[in-house]
Design a protein around this ligand. Structure first.
Ligand SMILES: [Ca+2]
Ligand SMILES: [Ca+2]
Length: 225
C-alpha cells in the first residue's frame, strides 16, 4: 500500500544514535551445553512474497497495555507532521502511546527496543536461506513480566524517512488490508499457537507496492517451558 497520510513522526534520530546489536546465535550454558532458553518465549515468523531487501525495514510491534482495543498500527509520517517527543518510526500503538516493544530488522541486524530503549538482540533471530521467512524468538520476560495479553502487528517499510513528494511515498505493509488489523489480546500466560490461516482477517499477497514488502503469511507461538 502507498501511504501519505499524516501521522505521528516518531523520532528517527533516536534510532540513528543508538548502538548496534548483532544477530545472536544459539545460547550456550556456562557448562558449554545448549540452554533450553528463556522460560517464556514468543516465537514469531513473518513470510514475505519475495526475498527481503537488506535496506528495508521489518518490524514486530508489540503493545503490552492489556487493552485489545488499541494495538500497534502503521501510521506514516510526513515532513509536515508534528514530531512527538518519543517513539518509533511509522508505528504507533494508539493515539498517545508508542508500542512498548519492537523488534526491528534492517541491514541484517536485529534490534529489540523496550519503551524506545535499545535492549539488545532477540534471544534468537534468523532469515531463511531463500530470504523470505524471518523467524524471531523473543524472551517474554524482556517484553513484560506482568502483561497477560499482547497486541501484535507485523510491519514492513521501504524507508523511515518521510517525503512530501507524492511520487516518493513510504511504501509499507501491515497485517490486514490497511495494516490496521493487529492481533489483539494474544494470551501469554499459557502455551499456544496462532497463524494466518485461522486469523479473522488473514493477511494476503498483493496489498503492498513491492513483493519484498508484502507480508503473505505469519505464525505466532507462545511457549511456556
Ligand atoms: Ca496487509
Ligand atoms: Ca500483504
Amino acid at each position: 500500500m502507498r501511504a501519505n497520510r499524516a501521522g505521528q513522526f516518531l523520532s528517527y534520530a533516536v534510532l540513528a544514535t543508538l548502538g548496534v546489536a548483532m544477530l545472536q546465535g544459539c545460547a550456550r550454558s556456562p557448562a558449554g551445553g545448549f540452554s533450553p532458553g528463556p522460560r517464556r518465549q514468543l516465537i514469531v515468523t513473518m513470510v514475505l512474497a519475495e526475498r527481503l531487501r537488506s535496506a528495508y525495514h521489518y518490524f514486530i510491534a508489540i503493545d503490552t497495555d492489556g487493552d485489545p482495543g488499541d494495538g500497534p498500527v502503521p501510521l506514516i509520517a510526513t515532513p509536515s507532521t508534528p514530531i512527538p517527543p518519543t517513539g518509533f518510526p511509522i508505528i504507533i500503538s494508539d493515539s498517545d502511546v508508542p508500542p512498548q516493544f519492537i523488534v526491528w530488522l534492517s541491514t541484517g541486524i536485529f534490534r529489540q527496543y523496550r519503551n524506545q530503549i535499545l535492549i539488545g538482540p532477540p534471544f534468537l533471530a534468523q532469515v531463511s536461506a531463500d530470504g523470505k521467512t524471518i523467524t524471531v524468538t523473543i524472551d517474554l520476560d524482556q517484553v513484560s513480566t506482568t502483561a497477560e495479553t499482547l497486541d501484535v502487528n507485523l510491519v514492513t517499510a521501504d524507508s523511515l524517512i518521510p517525503s512530501d513528494d507524492p511520487l516518493l511515498p513510504i511504501n509499507y505493509d501491515g497485517l490486514g488490508p490497511s495494516g490496521n488489523s493487529y492481533l489483539a489480546g494474544i494470551p501469554v500466560t499459557q502455551s499456544g499457537r496462532f497463524d494466518n490461516d485461522s486469523s479473522a482477517v488473514p493477511e494476503g499477497a498483493g496489498d503492498a507496492a513491492e513483493p519484498e514488502l508484502d507480508i503473505i503469511d505469519w505464525t505466532i507461538e507462545v511457549k511456556i517451558l
